[in-house]
Design a binder for this molecule. Structure first.
Ligand SMILES: *Cc1c(COP(=O)(O)O)cnc(C)c1O
Length: 220
């Protein structure tokens, strides 16, 4: 089932949109079913679970950390993580830079914006994060800001979800023109999960993060 679900979604989404298979809570055997179809990009949201899977699974997997990341845990994933989707403070970005420098690596980062009405979600709120104007930010050589990430409100209201995605696209556009116009790598909009990825793609998503539609419902 996993392989055929994955193939179906891969066929459905445009080629320009990158699929991150969200493997949190899934066993190594389940992940290997997806891996064996040729898929290599996987997303996790807990540090201990990710480090364990990194140790046990093939080393050509491109790991995306998609959850809220605590500063004191960056060091555990810095040796191998390719993407960090949810950078929500300058402090965290500086820590990622420091740990990536120790490993002689560059880690691709997305700035998370709070687009949902729910209070619990992390991320920068409206407007341009202050640190982008600081010289200290320009000195960071071991992180690459590649775009933005956001999560829509958990609701059945399609119009609301669509508006939240439109808002994230607008934030991306204003950051692109104001701060990253010269930076060809600033081009990603990570939005869309199992329930809303078609909407997200219609509104400009370049990365969708999909778990349940591939592996089935999560138990937790
Ligand atoms: C769990 C998770 C997903 C995937 O959710 P599904 O509904 O299972 O597709 C996507 N993004 C983030 C940040 C997640 O934590």
């Amino acid at each position: 089932m996993i392989a055929s679900n994955l193939k179906k979604i891969e066929k459905e989404i445009p080629e320009a949109v990158k699929l991150i298979v969200v493997s949190k809570t899934r066993s190594n055997a389940e992940i290997m079913e997806a891996y064996d179809t040729g898929h290599r990009s996987f997303g996790e949201n807990r540090v201990p679970e990710l480090t364990e899977k990194y140790d046990q699974l093939p080393k050509d997997i491109e790991w995306h950390f998609i959850g809220h990341l605590q500063t004191n845990k960056v060091k555990y994933i810095a040796p191998f993580v390719s993407w960090i989707h949810a950078v929500d403070s300058f402090k965290l970005l500086k820590e990622i830079n420091k740990r990536a420098a120790n490993e002689n690596r560059v880690i691709k980062c997305l700035l998370q914006f709070h687009i949902a009405t729910e209070a619990a979600k992390h991320g920068f709120s409206e407007g341009i994060p202050e640190f982008l104007n600081q010289e200290e930010f320009r000195q960071l050589k071991h992180v690459r800001i590649c775009g933005v990430m956001g999560m829509a409100t958990f609701t059945d209201n399609q119009a609301q979800i669509r508006n939240e995605f439109i808002r994230l696209k607008q934030i991306f556009d204003s950051l692109k023109s104001g701060y990253f116009a010269e930076n060809a790598e600033f081009r990603e909009i990570s939005m869309g999960m199992s329930g809303d990825y078609q909407l997200a793609i219609e509104e400009g998503s370049t990365m969708v993060r999909i778990g349940s539609n591939i592996f089935g419902p999560r138990e937790q």
